[in-house]
Ligand binder design. Structure first.
Ligand SMILES: Cc1ncc(COP(=O)(O)O)c(C=O)c1O
Length: 394
C-alpha cells in the first residue's frame, strides 16, 4: 500500500488544487474513527464535511446494503425506476412534509434543481431569489449566484436575480420583494456561515411573507438534515414548513446522493424534459441512503443528536475555557465562537488534529463540531478531553 507521503505527492501531481488540502491521506474508517495511510487514528468530529454524518464511517448495515445492491444492479437510466429509489423517496417524504423527490448527487445540484423549480413555478418575468448574508448554497453557477460575493470572485457575471439581505431581518426581506421576485432560499441553521441559529419568529415570518407574496420558500437542509439537529429536518424546530427542501451530505450514509424535495403544491412543476441527472438516484447510492435513513429510525438518532448535543454544549460551557465567546447550534450541529483576541480557530483545529481529533472551522473564527450521530459515549468523552485541553492551551 502506498505511504501517506506518496499519496499526498500523487495528489499534488495529479489532482487539481482547489481545496487547500491538509497533507493527510485517509485510508480506512469505522464509526466515529478514521485512520490515515500511516495508521494514525483520529476521532472524526466533522464526519467528512458531514458526508458520513449519520452513522459514521462504514456502518455494517450500510456496507451490507451497498454490497447487496452492487451484486444486483449498479445503475439504470432514469427512463426506468427501481425499488431503492422508491424506498428512499418514501423515507424522505414520510418524515417531512410529504411531496415528491428529485434525486441527484450533491448539495449544489439539489439547489440547482430547486432554483429551476422556483423560476418555473413563478412563471415568466419572475426570476429573483432572495437569500441571506453568510449563507452557502453551493459552487455551481446557480448556487454561487445566491451565495455571498466572497465566493463569486473571478466567476462573474452571476445569474441575474440574486438578492441578499441580512439573516434574521424580516423587514429587509419585505423591502427586497418586487414584482420579479420568485422565491426565498434559507438555511434553517447556517453552516458555512458559522452555525447561526435563527429565531422561530424569523422562520415563521418568512413563511408568512412567502404566503402573502406567492413566493416559493426553499429550505437548504444540506448541512442540517437528516437528524443532525435533533429533528429529521431542522425546519421542524421552528414550525415553519418550506415548500421545497434540499438534502445532500449525510443523506447518503457516505455515498453521494442528494435530493430536491417539493411539496404537493410544487411536485409537478418539473415536467418531463425540464430537468434531469443521468445517475441521480442510482440504485447503489439510493440503497446506501435508504439503509442510513432506516438507521435513524431504528436507533432513534434524532433523540441521540439532541441528547449528546446538550451534553457537548453543557460540558464545554462548564469547562471554564477563556477563549470561548459563544456556543451555539442545535443537536450535534455545534459552533464554538472563539474570541479573536484570545485565539485563532484554525490553530485550535490544527492542534486538535495533532492530538487525533478532527474538527473544522467556519468564518468569523468559529469552530465547528458535527460528529456522527452514532458516536459512542466514550468517544464523545475522549474528544471533549482533547478539545478542552487544546482550547485551554492555545
Ligand atoms: C447549506 C449548504 N448547501 C449546499 C452546499 C453544497 O453542497 P455540495 O458540496 O454537496 O455541493 C453546502 C456545502 O457545504 C452547504 O453547506
Amino acid at each position: 500500500m502506498a505511504s501517506q507521503a506518496e499519496i499526498v505527492e500523487g495528489t499534488k501531481a495529479h489532482i487539481i488544487e482547489n481545496y487547500g488540502r491538509l497533507p493527510v491521506a485517509m485510508a480506512r474508517g469505522a464509526g466515529s474513527r478514521i485512520w490515515d495511510a500511516d495508521g494514525k487514528e483520529y476521532l472524526d468530529f466533522f464526519a467528512g464535511f458531514g458526508g458520513a454524518g449519520v452513522a459514521g464511517h462504514c456502518h455494517p448495515k450500510i456496507v451490507q446494503a451497498v454490497k447487496d445492491q452492487a451484486e444486483t444492479l449498479l445503475c439504470h437510466g432514469n427512463l426506468c425506476t427501481s425499488a431503492p429509489q422508491v424506498e428512499l423517496a418514501k423515507a424522505i417524504t414520510a418524515h417531512g412534509f410529504g411531496g415528491k423527490v428529485f434525486f441527484c448527487h450533491s448539495g449544489a445540484e439539489a439547489n440547482e434543481a430547486a432554483i429551476k423549480l422556483v423560476r418555473k413555478a413563478a412563471g415568466e418575468g419572475r426570476y429573483k431569489i432572495i437569500s441571506f448574508e453568510n449563507c452557502f448554497h453551493g459552487r455551481t453557477m446557480g448556487g454561487l449566484s445566491i451565495t455571498p460575493k466572497s465566493f463569486q470572485a473571478g466567476f462573474e457575471p452571476m445569474l441575474p436575480g440574486g438578492v441578499m439581505v441580512p439573516y434574521g431581518d424580516l423587514a429587509a426581506v419585505e423591502a427586497a420583494i418586487d414584482a420579479e421576485t420568485a422565491g426565498v432560499f434559507v438555511e434553517p441553521i447556517q453552516g458555512e456561515g458559522g452555525m447561526n441559529v435563527p429565531t422561530a419568529d424569523f422562520m415563521r415570518g418568512l413563511r408568512a411573507i412567502c404566503d402573502a407574496n406567492d413566493l416559493v420558500l426553499v429550505a437548504d437542509e444540506v448541512w442540517t438534515a437528516p437528524a443532525r439537529t435533533g429533528k429529521w429536518y431542522a425546519y421542524q424546530h421552528f414550525g415553519a414548513q418550506p415548500d421545497v427542501m434540499t438534502l445532500a451530505k449525510a443523506l447518503g450514509g457516505g455515498a453521494p446522493v442528494a435530493a430536491c424535495v417539493a411539496s404537493d403544491k410544487y411536485a409537478d412543476v418539473l415536467t418531463p424534459g425540464t430537468h434531469g441527472c443521468t445517475m441521480g438516484g442510482n440504485p447503489l447510492c439510493a440503497a446506501a441512503a435508504a439503509a442510513s435513513m432506516e438507521l435513524i429510525e431504528s436507533e432513534n438518532l434524532t433523540d441521540r443528536a439532541e441528547e449528546k448535543g446538550r451534553w457537548v454544549t453543557g460540558t464545554l460551557a462548564d469547562a471554564g475555557i477563556p477563549c470561548i465567546n459563544e456556543i451555539r447550534g442545535k443537536g450535534l450541529m455545534i459552533g464554538v465562537a472563539i474570541d479573536e483576541s484570545a485565539a485563532v480557530a484554525k490553530d485550535i483545529m490544527m492542534a486538535c488534529m495533532e492530538h487525533g481529533l478532527l474538527v473544522c472551522i467556519a468564518k468569523n473564527n468559529v469552530l465547528r463540531l458535527a460528529p456522527p450521530l452514532t458516536t459512542p459515549d466514550e468517544d464523545f468523552e475522549k474528544a471533549l478531553q482533547i478539545l478542552i485541553r487544546v482550547m485551554k492551551e492555545v
